[in-house]
Design a protein around this ligand. Sequence first.
Ligand code: ZN
Ligand code: ZN
Length: 371
Amino acid sequence: MATKKNYYDVLGVDKNANADEIKSAYRKLAKKYHPDINKEPDAANKFKEINEAYAVLGDEGKRANYDQFGTAEGAPNFGDFFGGEGNFSGGFSDIFSDIFSAFGNFGTSRKNRMEKGEDINLQMTISFEEAAFGSTKQIIITRNERCDKCTGTGAKNGKEFSTCNECKGSGRVRFTQNTLFGTTIREGVCKTCNGSGKIIREKCTECGGKGSERKKSTISVNIPAGIDNDQILKMQGQGNAPVREGISGDLNIKINVTPHKILMRSGIDVLLDLHLPYTTLILGEKVEIPTVGGTTELNIPELTQGGTVMRLKNKGIKMLNRDVFGDLLVTLKAEFPKVLDRKTKEIIKSLQKDTSINLFPKYKKFNESKK
Ligand SMILES: [Zn+2]
Ligand SMILES: [Zn+2]
């Protein structure tokens, strides 16, 4: 496949652009280059390019995949999805309908529509740190893979077939239908060849004519830093090969993140409930606290109130596909002794009598005003 342009450049948006910015850039360009409006010779190509870019960047999962692999070619089969001319895939039909409804039958031309294999859906459990920093994991999956011996045709040596006479190899046939509104021409899958466009004369000995085989494969999964629980990693083209020729389905991996023993994640921020002796909160102290992937020193100032939240900038989790980090929010909790011995009790009592410690001036004032 020819080298593709960077999708961000195609839409003229920044790599950090948000969903609205991407949508708006796409709308502008799609209107400008729609072949029904723009009669310049390159408009149709440009239009296709814009749609390709938006089909990826406009979909959170696909965009993550694209960012992860750097280029569309980085992942096997990635981008092939848009192979056939006029074969625009779903995902942005909502936008199409609202921009292009005025232009009539756009999107009805679906010639050369390729068959797509079934998706494989599975789950993967990763640690808190793996989600925060990203990692690469090898997994073994069993899937239908294209038979190399017949190159997916199902015919012996990939040659022993002839073109279907019924559909002339296109796999689709047109037929006329009489309706209340008159005669319409419809298109459907050719029943003679089941849409393959080919009639097998002699079956492939390897796959018995199926064109694909069940195989165990080791797949390398790139887990991007910042992925969160329940997010789905989509690996395009890593699913099952289709029956006969076409493109493979996708491998969808649902991520389960094992909780951290102490830290709690809230989006890109990380929360820590830090239980400290009440004496530490009164006197102040430097304490070592756990952070994402390490520890850091936190300076507790003198007379810090219980419940105080200290924010440690950029000590949280990296945002998925962005160079932005969340914060670590430390909530300070006062811990009291579980047992009160006589000596401690005496000391506390003496403190209580000390009028220089006026812990609740607000309530005192309130009480006095009621007298
Ligand atoms: Zn046919
Ligand atoms: Zn075969």
